[in-house]
Each structure stands twice: as C-alpha cells, then as structure tokens.
Design a protein around this ligand. Structure first.
Ligand code: GLA
Length: 402
C-alpha cells in the first residue's frame, strides 16, 4: 500500500515537473521521490571532483593521483567542492590473486590502494575507483566484477573507497538491470557509504531505473574533446531531465574543460550546460597544470552554486529557434537560472520571454550575469535579450524583485 502511494506521488511529481516549474515549496514532493532512491545518503547534490580518464586514459600511477590531490587542494578547487579523486580504468593487475581478490597494478600502484586512500583522506578528499559489470573492464587490461560483486565491494570498502564508477564492457549479454543490482546491493551490504555511479552509456535508458540502484547514471556514450561531441551529449541528457533529483543524477559524462580541443567560449558553454543540467562536475584535465582560463571556468563559484543548488532540479531546453536556444530551470529561493545558447557560428541575438520561463509577465527581475559577475540594477520586465558570438552563451540568475 505504502509502495502504491509513493508511486502515485512520483508520477504526480513527474507530471508537475514536465508541465511547469516546481516551486521551492514543493520540496516535500522531492523528499517522497527521494525515498525511492538508493538509501546510502549520498548525492544530495551532484558529485564534484576529478577523474583520470579524459586526460590520462590508461597512463595513470599513484604519483599522478597523489599530485592531483595536492593540486586540487593548492589551487582551491577542493575548497570549492571538488572532493572526489577518481581513478578510472587500468589500475589493477590483469589477473586476480589465487583467492580471487583484485590486485593493484604492481608497477603503477606499488603502495596499494589502501595507502593511496589514506593519503587522499589526509588531504580532506575522497577516493573513487572503477570496475565493470562484466568479465573485463573496457581497456581489457584488468578484470571486471561480474560474479565477484560481494568480494570486490568488500575489498573497496576495506581500502576506504568512497565512490565506484561501474562500467558496462565485456559482459555476458544479460541486461544491465540484472548486472548492476548485485553490485549496488553488495556496496550497501559493506556498510560503508560508497557513491555508486552507473556507467551504462544510456543504452537501456538507465534514467528510468537507475535511481533505485545508484547515485548517478550515464545517459550517453563517451564524450570527446570537441564541440559536437559535447553539445550532443548535453542534448541527449536533457531528454531525461525529469528523472534527476537529490540522490540520483543524470550523467552526460565527465568534463573536457582544459584539455585543449575547444575554445575558451566553448568550454564556458560546456561548463554552464553541465552546471544547469545538475550533471556530476568531474574535472577531466590535468589539474597540476591549470591555465588561468581553465581555472576561471572550473573555479566559477557562482556557476558551481547553480549546480549544487539544494532544490536539485535539472534545467531544460525551454525554447528553440534553429540554433538559438534558451535553457532554464528553477533554483531555490524562487530564483530561475537561464542560459541563452547560440549554437550557430555567427553572432546572434537571443530573447527569453518570461512566458518561456514560466514566470508571470509583469514580474520585475533582478538579473545576475554569472560569467561577467555583474548584477543589472534596473529590474528586467517580460524578457531578457542579448547578442552573443557564435558558439557561446550567457548565463543568468533571475530573482523576483518584491
Ligand atoms: C568506457 C567508459 C569511459 C571510461 C573507459 C575506460 O568507455 O564509458 O568513461 O571509463 O570505458 O576504459
């Protein structure tokens, strides 16, 4: 009976979110929705941190991971919320030991993962690791956890792991809805809160079932460091906006900001879209070697605050006129975040009308520009209208002036 009531509440909540903004006052609905999620207490806001894959691929070792942790602290990024230091594929020996345990690669992680976790924790950070719901991981360089879920979960917990990314390669062709639950349950059974990130690439629409198993779920295949790759992942991820919320997030893949394949303005678009989409903010560049421009993007506290807003509602594309788009979503304290996105290559003007945003037309709004760090003092009425260069965006928070 209780289950039925929860289900009805969840459906109601989806209807509300689909048709109009949910107000800050409706957080009670979110709380009931949240009870259907994985109860490990993690992911109240999207996770923030770093992951080795987008920059280093398989070329990782314990020194790089430790230096990255040091850099997160010394640059101030850790203080801004980037707490997870996540090791991706290729950290283990090709074979398990004679008792079936995973073995850290003896050449690249000679001190072992427990020692690394101790180091990371001593810096006030958290350590993430990677495995796969198959026989081998995607690199084919180490075993996956299929059939070894409990053993591996216990190993991770005993090492002090805080986050597990769980990939989808080299499996037995059974459905992910069969292969992901055993690891989800095994992690819970360890008693250690471990953020569970489902990396199923969106194949079987994990947004529909992921919240019961994990704290985030990939909605797309792998990102690469190009405009087309980035923007198409934002689009695919947007389709699932109604399924994200505190405890479980849509994941359009990790950030490429700072890896060199896009212009500064394009990286601003990338970071802005990820922030408003309540995506995990997992830095994918070498933070030991950050340029000022990269730092200005990844370290923009105002944009990070949008991502970490306690309401946890993913913004949506609310208007599209060819390559000119408006994305928007509600924030706590009756505020609205708006992104004017010029996807074309030419300078263009974009208007967002209050009607597009679900705001009464005569509301006078204070407008804060999150990239120029500037507040427009005169109240805006009925619309926002700005001209911007090709492949760039403007990002604002609107606050009603009472
Ligand atoms: C898959 C994942 C990537 C990365 C690689 C590692 O492609 O989607 O994010 O983890 O595997 O091999």
């Amino acid at each position: 009976m209780e289950k039925k009531v929860r289900l009805i509440k969840m459906l109601l909540m989806m209807l509300i979110c689909g048709s109009a903004w949910i107000s800050a006052e409706s957080t009670a609905d979110i709380d009931s929705y949240r009870r259907l999620m994985l109860e490990n207490g993690l992911g109240a806001t999207p996770p923030m941190g770093w992951n080795s894959w987008n920059h280093f691929f398989c070329n990782i070792d314990e020194t790089t991971i430790m230096e990255t942790a040091d850099a997160l602290v010394s640059t101030g990024l850790a203080e801004l919320g980037y707490k997870y230091v996540n090791i991706d594929d290729c950290w283990a020996e090709q074979e398990r030991d004679s008792e079936g345990y995973l073995v850290p690669n003896k050449k690249t992680f000679p001190s072992g993962i427990k020692a690394l976790a101790d180091y990371i924790h001593s810096k006030g950070l958290k350590l993430g690791i990677y495995s796969d719901a198959g026989f081998q991981t995607c690199s084919n360089k180490m075993p996956g956890s299929l059939g070894y879920e409990q053993k591996d979960a216990e190993t991770f917990a005993s090492w002090g792991i805080d986050y597990l990314k769980y990939d989808n390669c080299n499996n037995n062709y059974s459905e992910p809805t069969k292969r992901y639950p055993p690891m989800s349950q095994a992690l819970i059974k360890t008693g250690r809160p471990i953020f569970f990130s489902l990396c199923e690439w969106g194949e079987m629409h994990p947004a529909f079932w992921g919240a019961k198993l994990g704290n985030s779920w990939r909605t797309t295949t792998d990102i690469s460091d190009t405009w087309d790759s980035m923007i198409s992942r934002a689009d695919q991820n947007e389709a699932y906006a109604n399924f994200a919320g505190p405890g479980g997030w849509n994941d359009p893949d990790m950030l490429e900001v700072g890896n060199g394949g896009m212009t500064h303005k394009q990286y601003i678009v990338h970071f802005s879209l990820w922030a408003i989409s309540k995506a995990p903010l997992l830095i994918g560049c070498d933070v030991r070697d950050l340029s000022n421009n990269t730092y200005k993007i990844l370290g923009n506290k105002e944009v990070i605050d949008v991502n970490q807003d306690p309401l946890g509602i993913q913004a949506k594309k609310v208007k599209k006129d060819g390559d000119l788009e408006v994305w928007a979503g509600p924030l706590s304290k009756s505020r609205t975040v708006v992104l004017l996105l010029n996807r074309s290559v030419i300078r263009s003007t974009i208007s967002a009308y209050w009607a597009d945003l679900g705001v009464p037309a005569d509301t006078s709004m204070e407008v804060r520009d999150l990239w120029k760090h500037k507040t427009y003092d005169k109240g805006f009425k009925n619309q926002l209208k700005f001209t911007m260069e090709g492949r760039s965006c403007r990002m604002f928070i609107l606050t009603p002036m009472s």
